[in-house]
Design a protein around this ligand. Sequence first.
Ligand code: HEC
Length: 126
Amino acid sequence: MKKSLSLLLGASLLFIMTGCDKKEETQESKMTYKLSTAEVYEQMCAKCHGKNAEGNTEKKGPALNDQTIQELRLGITDIKMGGSGGHSSGTEHEVMEHNMKKIIEKGMDYDTDAMAQYIHDNFNKK
Ligand code: HEC
């Protein structure tokens, strides 16, 4: 009885471990993006947020060149994860959420941290 229990435990442990391995693999393959962050920004974000992240009133895209790296990171992660997650912008986020889906569909996925860094390093005016 004891033996079979530890066997079962061992087996499920192995299962959990291999399960983890698989997850890591898919996450890694997800990390290879077709386009560079700069290309994605130019092609996907600039039309609403401006070529230099100065914002575009016509498209209602807010300026991103006055945000800190933390704000950008939070905003971008939030958008990418598709959750308004109790953030103040509430329903407005749907614009970006919807767009994010399109972005991913088009194979224009990007790394959120890299995007925040890119916008901050290139466009921040402070
Ligand atoms: C179709 C127009 C459009 C496109 C394309 C677009 N955005 Fe936005 N974005 C908006 C609008 C409108 C808002 C404000 C409302 C909202 O949060 O949904 C916003 C909000 C944001 C915010 C939060 C700003 C804040 O002050 O909280 C970030 C960060 C952001 N966008 C980054 C990006 C990035 C990065 C891309 C490209 C991958 C992108 N956006 C593409 C329209 C767009």
